[in-house]
Write a protein that binds this ligand. Structure first.
Ligand code: GLU
Length: 505
């Protein structure tokens, strides 16, 4: 059963989706799922000058990686389509016309050059030019012209735009689910263009018309759209339509806490800002969370907590748990600082919780790229043994290379500290004992070797450190007997023999 809750994510395909955009999509998704509602993807591509090839696909694919699914959209279809604004082009003009007929909008014939000149003239006087109630009657529009003049200009094909006739002095009182009551006087607002000379609506008109026609119940979007809210509300009123509820999400701030996290910050400061890698049409590459080794669960989890708080100490949430716990009431007003170290922490946590066999398969790929092979069982064994030590799957190699490559050299510091002729003799003795050892199962091997060490009155710490040096080439790695057991008798003996030959006696 779906409810009347209908929310949309409405990106413009002007480039890749910044993590702030993914968070907007996520919060819409969570809200929809929480209320058994419908989540819609609408592509807002009315500004053809800013269209970037590949951006639409990028948006869809990166959200799919995050596990964010749409119920209606350009790929899913639905009863309210088409879902791409350029495919809805034909329907906007009538709405602009309707506003002209009711006196809420007007034709404006000023050319871009004329407007530029007005801006420059004002600037020279230290002022700013605004197309508004004060200036409009001295400009070239249907409010200043006679109806006859306007008709003539249109008939002779003069290019025009349609502008909203902003009331001169009116207090607009708006309700935002996150910010409460917001008031703005229209005296500070200009006559925004609703319909452009290229026959396309602007964002404002298309957005309101589509939210209305698609029966959107809640508009959840970034704080940067708050300044547009008075116009949007006035547009709903001008059409006589019921407006949706609005919620403007707080900004995501730079790690320093100063200013909005921008698309350039990430690679400058060493963390991704985009969900997946993006190559600009210019060839510039921006790193992605996916390619940097983040699990989608971790990415979603860290995004959810940027601006929303669960009201408890819990920090780890799966997508299902987020749906369960999410509410707009718990989204804050103030900007939320992004912490790259915390992002890594989330990945570390999700590495422990993630399905081990999936990680194992990815680990096998990683090994393959390095020219090594491991069976699924072996990869699974290593993932379970070592994932506690890493934040990212890629770091597993550094924790496990000695399972695949015998030491090419031995850490000098360790050799100096832990190797001498006495331990060399012990290692030789242990090697002989191992050769007769039938089972190489870790605990059995451990018991046998430890008993042997005890029996021969060797220093246990000394001999175990030396054995590790021979097996790994350094004093690191997991449990020594796990390593030996994984490698088996032949390789273990070969490594001990080689170390005995190469290390000083
Ligand atoms: N197309 C706008 C954007 O790119 C949508 C804003 C809104 O959600 O109203 O963010």
């Amino acid at each position: 059963m779906t409810s009347s809750v209908r929310v949309r994510f409405a990106p413009s395909p002007t480039g890749p989706l910044h993590m702030g955009g993914v968070r907007t999509a996520l919060f819409n998704y969570l809200f929809a799922k929480k209320h058994q509602g419908t989540f819609i993807l609408r592509i807002e591509d009315t500004d053809q000058t800013r269209f970037v090839p590949g951006a639409e696909e990028y948006i869809i694919e990166s959200l799919a990686w995050c596990g964010i699914q749409f119920d209606e959209g350009i790929r899913e279809g639905g009863n309210y389509g088409p879902y791409r604004q350029s495919d809805r082009k034909a329907l906007y003009e009538q709405y602009a016309q309707e506003l002209i007929e009711t006196g809420k909008a007007y034709y404006a014939f000023d050319t871009p050059e004329e407007l530029d000149q007005l801006r420059k003239d004002a600037e020279q006087k230290g002022e700013t030019f605004t197309y508004d109630a004060k200036s409009r009657l001295s400009l070239k529009n249907s409010l200043a012209f006679t109806p006859e003049e306007t008709r003539q200009r249109i008939e002779q094909g003069d290019p025009f735009v349609i502008r909203f006739r902003m009331p001169e002095q009116e207090e607009v009182v708006m309700e935002d689910l996150i910010r409460g009551t917001v008031k703005v006087n229209t005296a500070s607002l200009d006559d925004k263009i609703l319909f452009k000379s290229d026959g396309m609506p602007t964002y404002h008109l298309a957005n309101i018309v589509d939210d209305h026609l698609m029966a959107i119940s809640h508009v959840i979007r970034g704080e940067e759209w708050l300044p547009s809210l008075p116009l949007h509300q006035l547009l709903y009123e001008a059409f006589g339509w019921k407006k949706p509820a609005f919620a403007h999400l707080p900004l995501i701030l730079k790690p320093t806490g100063k200013g909005k996290l921008s698309k350039r910050d990430g690679d400058k400061m060493g963390f991704p800002v985009f969900p997946t890698e993006w190559t600009d049409p210019s060839g510039e590459v921006y790193s992605g969370y996916r390619e940097s080794g983040y699990l989608p669960e971790a990415f979603i989890n860290l995004l959810a907590l940027l601006g929303w708080n669960p009201g408890s100490e819990q920090e780890l949430f799966s997508l299902d748990e987020l749906i369960e716990a999410f509410s707009l009431e718990r989204v804050g007003k103030s900007g939320s600082r992004f912490d790259p170290d915390k992002a890594k922490w989330f990945n570390h946590q999700w590495m422990q919780a993630h399905k081990p066999d999936e990680l194992a398969e990815q680990f096998r790929e990683l090994l393959k790229a390095r020219g090594h092979s491991a069976s699924s069982e072996q990869a699974l064994y290593l993932v379970n043994l070592l994932r506690e030590r890493v934040n990212f799957l890629s770091e597993l190699w550094n924790e496990s290379y000695f399972f695949f490559e015998a030491p090419a050299e031995y850490d000098e510091k360790v050799v100096k500290k832990k190797w001498n002729s006495e331990v060399a003799q012990w290692v030789e003795d242990v090697l002989e004992a191992i050769k007769n050892q039938a089972s190489f199962e870790s605990t059995e091997l451990e018991e046998k070797i430890k008993a042997y060490i005890h029996e021969k009155q060797m220093n246990p710490g000394g001999v175990l450190n030396a054995l590790r040096l021979c097996m790994v080439g350094a004093s690191k790695g997991p449990h020594l007997f796990d390593i030996m057991s994984f490698l088996g008798k032949e390789e273990t003996c070969a490594r001990l023999e080689r170390a005995l030959q190469q290390l000083p006696r």
